[in-house]
Design a protein around this ligand. Structure first.
Ligand code: Q9C
Ligand code: ZN
Length: 384
């Protein structure tokens, strides 16, 4: 049987429309690292491996419903109208950039009511990396729709997989994988605050949509489908953590750098609350973490937490800013490490959707993302 190709979902509607002019890194003005070239180089690499990947621009419109399940209405309305209001109030055409953020030592929260866009820009954003340009909202909206389109196809692929396993034409060791090549990314976006290059939390929207489908039942307990999130971006996914902090499904797990951005979340002591207690697993890793340490920790996380959860689907926040030459990060993962990471995820044996998050070393971005996906598909050998 010819090995099947992995489906890649993408759209220029989300990937090219959002182009902030600059950002600040340690006080210096630089180009915007989360740029449209990221999508171009990933796509170019995947298209060069045509026997392994099948790219589709087909995107379904799921409307506002799935987005409103995760994000608060006032925040969605803000993102939609912010640029226009900003310009009306005399803001710079480069886009909305907060100047005053309601720091907890200053703000009398509750009494605060943001009266104009200058104030709202701080109320709804936690750092200076999430500039809102003219088409940012459209891009973020379309990124969520592309991710949902891929998620619907994950359901189809998983059903097909079950039938093939029963028919004996495949085994559990070959789970289907799909990839949503989207930007802007999502995992720093909380229910009502953007930041960290993120506006709408694509992966969280997908997870909630799966849980909400009334006809999709968990194999383990007959309830809603069980979703395990593996966040392998270098940075902690504070947004996904916050959105699901008080629920037992999905399970959120993250490997990320200690003492790095976003600085004020990501401790192993953050374990979830209420019904969610025990379903938020943070594993901070030292700066300069290597391939061997990373893969060993990932395998242990999978054995101790992901497999016992009995997930029906895995959603991966796929960041490759763990790469040794990433310009804004500090791990030492190499291009040989990524297929090993993909292979560790494959061994869980569960249908998996990869959703693009960070990764800023443009020269190796395609190779590194492709390495994870090829490793997941069980394709061995050093990717070129
Ligand atoms: N010294 C994602 O990877 N600035 N977001 C960090 C580091 C913002 C990262 C400064 C980084 C956001 C999706
Ligand atoms: Zn990141």
């Amino acid at each position: 049987m010819a090995p099947s190709r992995m489906k890649v979902f993408t759209s220029t509607l989300c990937t090219t429309m959002h182009t902030p002019a600059y950002e600040f890194l340690s006080g210096a003005e630089t180009h915007y690292y989360e740029s449209p070239d990221r999508r171009d180089v990933i796509l170019k690499y995947l298209e060069s491996q045509a026997d392994a990947f099948e790219v589709t621009e087909r995107t379904e419109d799921f409307g506002a419903g799935p987005i409103e399940r995760v994000h608060k209405q006032d925040f969605i309305d803000y993102l939609k109208t912010a640029y226009e209001e900003w310009i009306e109030e005399g803001g710079h055409p480069n886009g909305v950039l907060p100047g005053t953020i309601p720091h907890y030592k200053v703000a009398r929260l509750g009494k605060l009511k943001a009266a104009n866009c200058l104030a709202k820009s701080g109320e709804y954003c936690f750092d200076m990396s999430a500039v809102i340009t003219k088409d940012t909202f459209k891009a973020a909206w379309n990124a969520a729709q592309v991710t949902l389109t891929a998620t619907k196809d994950l359901v189809r692929a998983a059903d097909e997989f079950e039938q093939s396993v029963e028919a004996g034409t495949t085994t559990r060791e070959n789970p289907p994988g799909l990839y949503a090549l989207v930007r802007p990314p999502g995992h720093h976006a909380q229910s009502d605050i953007c930041g960290g290059y993120c506006y709408l939390n694509n992966l969280a929207i997908a997870a909630q949509w799966l849980i909400d489908q009334p006809n999709l039942k968990s194999k383990a307990d007959g309830g809603p489908k069980r979703i395990a999130i593996l966040d392998i971006d270098f940075h902690h996914g504070n947004g996904t953590q916050e959105i699901f902090y008080t629920v037992a499904n999905p399970l959120y797990t993250s490997l990320h750098s200690v003492d790095d951005y976003p600085y004020f979340t990501g401790s192993e002591l953050e374990k979830g609350e209420g019904k969610g207690l025990g379903f938020n697993i943070n594993i901070p890793l030292a700066q300069a973490t290597t391939d061997d340490d990373y893969v060993e920790t990932l395998d242990k996380l999978i054995q101790d937490h992901v497999i016992p959860f009995k997930p029906d689907y895995i959603l991966v926040s796929l960041g490759v800013d763990t790469y040794k030459d990433d310009p804004i990060a500090g791990f030492l993962v190499t291009s040989e490490g990524y297929p090993r990471i993909g292979n560790s995820i494959r061994k869980i044996g569960v249908p998996t959707l990869f959703v693009q998050e960070g990764g800023y070393c443009i020269e190796k971005l395609g190779l590194n993302v492709g390495g994870i996906l090829l490793g997941f598909m069980g394709r061995t050998g050093t990717p070129q």
